[in-house]
Design a protein around this ligand. Structure first.
Ligand SMILES: [Mg+2]
Length: 242
């Protein structure tokens, strides 16, 4: 089987800054931080890495206890933040997911720096909650490459659960679709095909400089992605069953 792994923020959807709002509210309620430093980058990073860096910048002891305090406050605040901010599913996403569903063998999952519950909350808010069978998340790791490895392991588990008797097909390849250079780098770390879209905050020329395998304007035209998925499945003997 072939795994297609989607980043969330800037790739599937924009939350209109709801994630950052929930971060800011959590830092205020838990640690009395009135305004978050603008020096800390959010895009393409794990929630854990962002939170730990923010703790450092704001002189909050970067301890597991404080991480858990932050985590609970952030997840409690996120649903309201999503309602307050006007976000959207990005162009072509629904059509691409529909088209992938029609192919026989790819398994479609997440590769995101979001906390698993945060990812579920965002996706449910935008009606995408049922679209992804598994994922790698930012709960326990600072490093997106570790999350990529975890996503691949989860893809293996999911594929094994779906394989029909006598058709135990392991994951023979993967594609990562994301909007930052970090998505491209973590795709490389698991030998996955890297698809980049400048629909987040990273301009196309910066993505191009990181040498993705495929750079699209957005996901409006699903054909280049579908062609690659079909070709990869054929090449690995995971084409449609006769
Ligand atoms: Mg992203």
């Amino acid at each position: 089987m072939y795994a297609v792994l989607f980043d969330i923020d800037g790739t599937l959807l924009h939350t209109g800054g709801a994630g950052q709002l929930a971060f800011a509210d959590a830092f205020e309620s838990e640690f009395g931080v009135g305004q978050l430093s603008g020096e800390v980058a959010f895009a393409g990073r794990s929630d854990r890495a962002i939170a730990y860096e923010l703790m450092g910048v704001h002189d909050v002891p970067a301890t597991e206890t404080n991480w858990q305090r932050f985590r609970h406050a952030y997840l409690r605040r996120l649903p309201d933040a999503l309602k307050l901010r006007r976000g959207r599913v990005l162009p072509g996403v629904l059509e691409l997911l529909d088209a992938l569903d029609l192919l026989e063998h790819p398994v479609v999952g997440l590769l995101t720096g979001n906390l698993e519950q945060g990812a579920a909350c965002k996706l449910a808010h935008y009606g995408l909650g049922h679209r992804f069978g598994f994922g790698g998340f930012g709960d326990s790791s600072h490093d997106r490459c570790d999350i990529a490895a975890a996503a691949l392991r989860e893809a293996e588990r999911f594929a094994a659960g779906r394989a029909a008797p006598g058709n135990g097909r392991a994951i023979a390849g993967a594609m990562v679709i994301g909007d930052t250079v970090h998505d491209i780098a973590c795709a490389r770390s698991i030998q996955a095909y890297a698809v980049a879209v400048p629909t987040g905050n990273t301009p196309a020329d910066q993505l191009a400089a990181a040498n993705p395998d495929l750079l699209l304007d957005d996901l409006t035209d699903p054909r280049p992605v579908l062609e690659r998925v079909r070709a990869a499945m054929q090449a690995t003997g995971n084409g449609p069953l006769p």
